[in-house]
Design a protein around this ligand. Structure first.
Ligand SMILES: [Fe+2]
Length: 479
């Protein structure tokens, strides 16, 4: 009898391995003084499974855990806590994992649903609340800051049960523009939450089938929604199998819709087939709309049509070869222009959110290391006005994450502030919070704050300025 193939769990090893303790550490020490004009909380979401998986484990499967550093008068405090999702609490009570991961066949007989909403992906602070979000479209969990206690779910008066990761907060109107997607109709929805946290617009967007859009973009007046060439294989989905395919014969489409437009007012622009996890920014420019993002031309690791002899890192079945890219859509002529802005592999781009939806100049892209899976060995600052770029390299063996822009108090210009990210040693687990001067990214860090516990590799982050923190609303408005 043949031996059973051992179950591989690469995302439970090295710095992908979860931590089991929830820690509070005050008065963190640092190499270089913590700047006094950095006031607020840096929060990062990440997958951190509490129980051993039932079978194969993908990095996307773990329970959401937040890691945060609170800066107040030059003093830093670290905290980490699991997000107490309904799934997390159900497994806590059961004392074991209750769901299969995404690389297993979904169990449609699971009374709690076939997939586990972990809320492990993204964060947004809007209308006085920090919310954690899930990449497949889940409930928005409200977490109080800085104690990181899960307070409940926000459903906007029962009108929006789930939203996708990566809603956009308009820096001028303070509206939050969001989308959600599902493997069943309606496949895509789009909406707007007002500055005070009320649903003010919600519409369905017609699509020919289920899609896998991970992000969106906004301009002053429009939203850009994606219909990309990597999507669920619809035939297999009908058989209850969740397999993703990349369809090279299908153009990627970008749907441009007025922020408050009904679904049928969307206008689709066709571009070359690709996938994109994250956009950088978009804005209006005369008759045109400019979109910046990280384009991947061959997004599946096992695709036999990928070019041979080209290696790129992957996360499970997903191949990571993202390049900084610009699409320009002409609203008058319908023309689409595409330009590759750099051939360096980089993802998880961030920028100064005060310029979101308006013409911006700078963005900060973690650089993908030449490794089998995803490690960021530095961060690139791009200047799209001049084409210049600067890179900050982390010490050998140390890898960072998404670098969030934190404006310094009194900041006047787009790169007047700091870049903040966790950096960890892959071998020892020694972890730091890096603070870089955004205006001088290639220089030595302003400060390296020592974190007294290991911070595993994670996903998205958010910077909550002290002023926003002071506007935090208790969780009793709708619930
Ligand atoms: Fe994301």
């Amino acid at each position: 009898m043949a031996a059973l193939e051992p179950v591989r769990r690469p995302y439970l090893e090295g710095n992908y391995a979860p931590v089991s303790d929830e820690t509070v550490a005050r008065g963190l020490t640092s190499r270089g003084a913590i700047p006094r004009d950095l006031a607020g909380v840096f929060v990062r979401n990440s997958p951190n499974p509490r129980f051993a998986p039932k079978a194969r484990h993908h990095w996307f499967d773990g329970d959401g855990m937040l890691h945060a550093v609170h800066f107040e008068d030059g003093v830093a405090t670290y905290r980490n806590r699991w997000i107490h999702t309904k799934a997390f609490l159900a497994e806590k009570e059961a004392g074991e994992a209750l769901w299969n991961g995404i690389t297993e066949r979904p169990d449609f007989t699971n009374p709690r649903g076939p997939l586990k909403d972990t809320s492990n992906t993204d964060l947004v602070f809007h209308a006085g609340r920090l919310m954690t979000l899930w990449w497949l479209g889940g409930e928005a969990y409200v977490v109080s800051v800085p104690d990181l206690e899960t307070r409940g779910t926000e459903d906007w008066g029962g009108k929006v049960k789930t939203i996708s990761a990566h809603p956009k907060v308009d820096p001028v109107t303070k509206e939050m523009v969001f989308f959600d997607y599902k493997p069943f109709p309606p496949y895509l929805t789009h909406g707007v939450i007002s500055a005070t946290g009320e649903l003010v617009h919600h519409t369905e967007i017609e699509l020919p089938g289920p899609r896998l859009q991970h992000d969106m973009a906004i301009t002053e007046n429009y939203s850009i929604l994606f219909d990309m060439s990597m999507m669920w294989d619809e035939k297999l989905l009908a058989e209850g199998r969740t397999k993703v395919g990349f369809f090279r014969d299908k153009p990627t489409r970008f749907g441009i819709i007025p922020r408050f437009g009904k679904g049928d007012s969307i206008r689709w622009f066709e571009a070359s087939p690709c996938y994109m996890y994250h956009s950088v920014n978009a804005w209006e420019q005369g008759d045109e709309i400019v979109l910046l993002g990280c384009k991947i031309v061959n997004p599946l690791a096992g695709d036999v049509n990928n070019p041979k002899d080209v290696k790129a890192p992957s996360i499970g079945f997903l191949r990571l070869e993202p390049h900084y890219h610009r699409w320009t859509f002409n609203l008058k002529t319908g023309a689409v222009k595409e330009e590759e802005l750099d051939d360096t592999l980089a993802e998880f781009p961030r920028m100064d959110n005060r310029a979101l939806g308006r013409k911006s100049r700078f963005s900060y892209h973690p650089r993908i290391a030449p490794a089998e899976t995803m490690f960021f060995d530095g961060v690139i600052k791009y200047d799209t006005d001049t084409g210049k770029q600067w890179t900050h390299r982390y010490p050998k063996g140390r890898f960072g994450g998404e670098t969030v822009f934190a404006p310094r108090e009194g900041s006047k210009s787009e790169d007047d502030g700091y870049l903040v990210t966790f950096v960890a040693d892959e071998q020892t687990g020694d972890s730091e919070l890096y603070i870089l001067d955004a205006a001088h990214v290639d220089e030595e860090p302003v400060a390296r704050v020592h974190i007294p516990t290991r911070v595993p590799t994670g996903y998205h982050s958010w910077w909550i300025p002290a002023d926003d923190l002071a506007q935090q609303r208790p969780m009793d408005r709708h619930s």
